[in-house]
Write a protein that binds this ligand. Sequence first.
Ligand SMILES: Cc1cc2nc3c(=O)[nH]c(=O)nc-3n(C[C@H](O)[C@H](O)[C@H](O)COP(=O)(O)O)c2cc1C
Ligand code: SF4
Length: 497
Amino acid sequence: MEHAFGMAAYGLGIFVAFVVAAALIFLFVRDVTQKQHTILRNYPIVGHLRYYFEELGEYFRQYFFMGDRDEMPFNRATRSWIYRLAKNEGGVIGFGSTYDLHIPGALIFVNAGFPVLEEERAPTPSLVIGAGYAAQPFTAHSVFNLSGMSFGAISEPAVRALSRGAKEAGCWMDTGEGGLSPFHLEGGCDIIMQIGTAKYGVRDEHGNLSPKRLREIAAHEQVRAFELKLSQGAKPGKGGVLPGAKVTPIIAQVRGIPVGQDSISPNRHRDIATIDELIDSIARIRDITGKPVGIKTAIGGWRFINELCDTINRRGLAVAPDFLVIDGGEGGTGAAPQALADHVGLSIDEALPRVADSLMQAGLKGRIRLVGSGKIVTSARAAWALCAGADFINSARGFMFSLGCIQALRCHQNTCPTGITTHNPRLQRGLVVEEKAVRVANYCKNMNKEIDMIAHSCGLTNAREFTREHVRLVQADGSSRALNMIYPYPEALKRAA
Ligand SMILES: Cc1cc2nc3c(=O)[nH]c(=O)nc-3n(C[C@H](O)[C@H](O)[C@H](O)COP(=O)(O)O)c2cc1C
Ligand code: SF4
């Protein structure tokens, strides 16, 4: 019996060895004869390890080899900061900062000799958007808000967790260009409905803007405003691309398109080719819906904003957009061509103060609320944006980190390991809506709290008192300059002339 068992095991061993040898020979022959991969032709079989490690490297590099401040788009120090805020762990570090105060661009806030006492601080006031111009103006309570990420680019549980978290934190949620789904409404938060170039969710059967659909969407009390998206910083001049694999039946229904086919939006609104047409569209959507209407765009220079301001002053305040979202070239995306993501559109660092200047110069800063976005994911960057002239901050990827994103950089592949940008139910299983909604809310609330904390340290009672004098930027020679010296206020410019 024992002998028979031994013989069987021996036979099995020989068989397995034979199969392995045959597989290796097959692989060897295939590698040396194929023509696409140099490494495999030169190093058959072992060459595969390179691809394997390259793939694993995406996940492990950040843990084993990269320093705290090394990675892009977000380094570990920044990610950890967000994770701590999301877990309500206080954003506190020990021993000392690893932030280098000597590298160009480092932010230094101007602390007051006598900071505002805890008991003297005032809550940061809410701001009304569209007051006096939209039938139903929107009172926005949170300085920090949730930027557009379309349902499609992100998953159902991600949208649900964000919606619930936004409600708890009191911030708005922008739908992104993929239309309004029941999951956006689920949490009960304030919603800004974005109208992208394909007009998903508000289009008729020919893809044109449908007044009937606009009225239906506006009938949701939660939808507080509409936003015409001209472009986003990661891909100005390119429409959204949602691969067919991500166009599930519910996504197709929300967008008003066929299931399983690539969903490609035009690279410009077909009906908007001039500033006057833009202004006409804004006024029309506001008339139909009764809600404030804004624009989202990245900018490449000053011509667009200056022409916009001139046209508004020529045609009157009533036709102005109620808010303007300026997205920096460093902004994120579900999927974008690298050429556009890397090289097109100004950084928010330059765009935001210059757009604020144009609005101030044209006397429109009070009429048009200014929102900034583009890697503004920490309280320090948000406070800088307020100093530069923003009224509100939007973030997408900050909130993705609060949902558990590990920066695996696969958002376009439907294989997101954290369930955020995939429609694979197995991967979505890891994203527990109830758990992550709490983290989303914590992140937003703690961001607002920390922004206020920086204001108090600067001697201000609340964050709306920030001006450019309150932040300094380290220059190439290691010295620092106040933001109002780098971007002087228009009045100062006039005085100097
Ligand atoms: C996954 C993903 C999807 C996005 N989808 C949209 C979109 O539908 N519409 C839009 O205007 N911007 C979209 N964006 C851009 C963000 O709204 C935001 O403007 C940009 O990422 C800058 O913010 P951040 O640096 O905090 O991420 C998307 C970004 C990401 C990461
Ligand atoms: S973890 Fe998911 S959401 Fe985050 S970068 Fe990777 S693929 Fe994108």
